[in-house]
Design a protein around this ligand. Structure first.
Ligand SMILES: Nc1nc2c(ncn2[C@@H]2O[C@H](COP(=O)(O)OP(=O)(O)OP(=O)(O)O)[C@@H](O)[C@H]2O)c(=O)[nH]1
Length: 359
């Protein structure tokens, strides 16, 4: 039996199509074709003419006497070309009122034999052996088509799974990278960028009301570096971060703003809690500092704070808390001060919320 133009089925690849094997067995023999001619109606299709569309109800099958017919299956899965002695539409004939699973049109001028139920019945009575042979082949083809469809769906599923996995990995990598750009390497706390991003996120959620800000600065930290080296200095910064992390709860945001400066955004049930927190931090650091000898494991802290007015921007709060910190430093450090809400000491130009670059 030949292939392609002279009769065999050929699966044509569409962009994402799956190629099935060419099966010469899915043709009628010349003898069967002549027999079909006795029960069928001869029809002609011009090149390009459609015989039926996918989803149409069909009760007839077709045998090709000459020319080429293309079957186009839905969802862009594949299309199939049939030549002389090819047959199609048999489920319409055998099941009756079957919804066509493909559309059929003539690729070239065609001559077809159209077989309906009555014609098929008469063939069955006249030569049951011949019809049985044909039916056997038709069933084999249905099974084969189902199997190749399942195979292609399984493969598509695997491809989809792989695509999803790599998408998930890329997203994870992106999230990790984003976390890294917002985290301070030395202490594991948020850095300034991460802190500002979190503030903006809370502002959008409307959860800044009732919060307070503490700016925490190490006392005489330069001396630690100068007397005991940078590694000792790093360890001190890590200890300060550890104390801040321990004292703040899960709703507080703790960050290292840079150098020996840290901050805490605290959610307060009572405004006085901000002073209590500042006092606790100062006394804890001081007690630990006194306990340890040389080189120091921690240093004493100075803290400036303010209650947050959500209508104002981060720079405004920072300036207010920093001014309080400055006053603490002026008194020798190792202490705290929380600025009043209506602090008039703010520098000019610091004020209401402006769009802050949350990166
Ligand atoms: N070990 C270490 N030192 C740092 C790091 N970042 C900044 N520093 C040092 O921190 C020191 C901060 O010095 P200052 O701003 O004068 O602070 P200070 O000595 O605590 O002075 P006061 O705040 O007035 O008590 C500088 O010597 C910086 O070099 C860091 O990541 N590791």
């Amino acid at each position: 039996m030949d292939s392609g133009e002279s009769g065999a089925e050929v699966m044509l690849r569409k962009p994402d199509a799956v190629r099935s094997s060419v099966r010469d067995g899915y043709l009628v023999s010349d003898h069967e074709r002549a027999f079909f001619a006795t029960g069928g109606r001869r029809i002609h299709l011009a090149a390009g003419e459609q015989l039926f569309a996918e989803g149409d109800t069909g009760r007839t099958m077709y045998v090709i006497e000459s020319g080429q017919v293309e079957l186009v299956f839905g969802d862009d899965m594949f299309c199939k070309q049939l030549g002389a002695n090819g047959f199609f539409g048999e489920l319409g004939l055998l099941i009756g009122d079957h919804l066509r699973s493909a559309s059929a049109h003539a690729v070239s001028d065609c001559q077809l034999l159209e077989m309906d139920h009555a014609g098929f019945q008469s063939m069955l009575q006249r030569d049951p052996t011949c019809v049985a042979g044909f039916l056997h082949r038709a069933i084999m083809r249905v099974v084969d088509n189902e199997q190749s469809l399942m195979h292609s769906l399984r493969r598509r599923n695997r491809d989809l799974q792989t695509a999803l996995d790599s998408l998930r990995e890329a997203t994870d990598r992106l999230t990790r990278t984003q976390e890294l750009t917002r985290t301070d390497d030395l202490t594991g706390l948020s850095n300034r960028r991460g802190f500002v991003a979190m503030i903006e996120q809370r502002r959008k959620l409307g959860s800044l009301a009732g919060c307070g800000l503490l700016i925490i600065d190490c006392d005489a930290f330069k001396e630690v570096n100068d007397c005991h080296g940078h590694i000792a200095g790093d360890r001190v910064l890590q200890s300060v971060a550890h104390v801040l992390r321990t004292v703040s709860g899960s709703v507080e945001v703790t960050a290292r703003l840079g150098g020996d400066e840290f901050c805490v955004l605290a959610c307060l049930e009572d405004p006085d809690d901000l002073e209590r927190m500042a006092e606790y931090l100062v006394s804890t650091a001081s007690a630990l500092w006194e306990m340890h000898g040389e080189p120091p494991l921690i240093c004493r802290l100075s803290i400036g704070g303010c209650l947050i007015d959500p209508e104002r921007d981060w720079q405004s709060w920072y300036a207010s808390a920093d001014a309080a910190l400055y006053r603490v430093k002026g008194r020798g450090g190792n202490g705290f001060e929380v600025a009043a809400m209506d602090d008039e000491t703010l520098p000019p130009g610091i004020g209401r919320v402006q769009a802050e670059a949350a990166t």
